[in-house]
Design a protein around this ligand. Sequence first.
Ligand SMILES: Cc1cc2nc3c(=O)[nH]c(=O)nc-3n(C[C@H](O)[C@H](O)[C@H](O)COP(=O)(O)O)c2cc1C
Length: 485
Amino acid sequence: MTVGMRLLQPLDINGMVLPNRVVVPAMVTRLSGEDGVVQSDIIDRYVRYAAGRVGLIVVEATAVHSAKSGPLLRLSDDVFIPGHRELAQRVHDTSASKVVPQIIHFMKVARSGWRQTIETLEIADIEGIIHDFGLAALRAREAGYDGVELHAAHAYTLSSFLSRRNRRRDRYGGHTLEGRLALFGEVFAEVRRRVGNDFPVGVRFLAEEAIKGGYTLPEAQQIALRMAQLGVDYISLSVGGKFEDAEQRPGEPLYPYTGYSGDRCMPGDWYPAQPHTHLAAGIKSYLNERGFATPVISVGKIAEPERAEALLRDGQADLIGMARQLLADPDWTLKVIEERSDEIIRCVYCNVCKDLDERFKKVTCFLWPKGQIQAPDNRARGPSPCWPPEGASLSGAGADGRIRLSWSPVDGPGAEIAGYDIYRADGFGTVQCVEAVKGRRFVDRLALSGQTYRYFVRAFDHDGRTSPPSETIAITMAMRESSSD
Ligand SMILES: Cc1cc2nc3c(=O)[nH]c(=O)nc-3n(C[C@H](O)[C@H](O)[C@H](O)COP(=O)(O)O)c2cc1C
């Protein structure tokens, strides 16, 4: 089945040969200290992705300047190079995965709610930003990375210039698309000048700002065209994640993923799968029709190998980015290669990782064993989990808009389980894994009264091996009595 899969085909990006089409997009880990130095936990996190055989690892947002922030990596000085050198080396020693850092410039935010905006930047500040990006990219090259990615997405400086809400009146804005693109163009030229033509330089930007008055696909297509004309080596797309609609929480610095645009950036469990693939497809076709083959990375709740494969086969993307899914299961690619896709631990998009990021806490996955800061590495393959001889004893009842389920624990040698997948089939025959839980209870709050639902449960261990399905039970919640009479 894997033979001929596009997902597993290599891709040459300006001399950086990815062994396959799977990408870990940048994901802040909060594993670094305030000093911004790469240390062993960070290296372990990225080596784990390499062991899982992903094609490209984008190392979390790494500051080009020395402005104060929470725990964040840096390439703002030569002193940071040795740590990055070790990270890149360890990844290369582990597998054929390629690794690039995402380099970022951000503006100041204060706990009071004040934040610096691009409209206040003087020309000298802008020159400083261009200079800092150039030097950080050069350090990435000196550290032995395979390339570098410019962060021009979300709430950060380059993105704010590209924004339709850029209010500068000079040549870096001026209410024109050319003005909005000017800083990116100058940053890119400086980065190229520093790193040379033979070093891959990718970009991440927004396919849609997802804020009131923000740009949408037609302008994103033109921005992508300009980036391709400038010679960026790949384009990674994201959506939203802006300050403009972020919630101000008293005493806390503004976090750009708290508003609607934040939901769009990291769509939660209530969003459909793959809500943004049409945007990447729209940008890819726009570029291809104009003669550019710049690889495009599609991201956003992509998790199923067959659906990822279909995106590549149908020409909707060149590369598949998965952030939370690869955090949950860094062996995703390996399992696809070994035809063990049924053992993939599915991300449940609960966004615990996002909440940890927001609170500057070490970013881990809800599905990992409690207290662990890396994904479990259970390569010694034991028996699959199994139910006790009398079965799972799944039972449930519905009332007040809730269907409550409970079941017996898994037994025997496979009892080291990570959680339980809950499957639900509605009366129209659609079966869906609706949730993963760690305990032995589940409350379904999204059921309609008068409708019959069938449920079954499967236990899974930390290696993704699952038990057989439990028995299936059918539950119908009584219709609520009307309160109007
Ligand atoms: C904890 C966390 C940290 C993130 N940090 C970054 C980051 O440093 N840079 C970036 O461009 N995107 C960042 N993102 C966004 C992801 O790269 C990705 O675009 C988003 O999670 C949607 O993809 P997914 O549905 O596959 O998770 C982060 C996401 C999460 C959950």
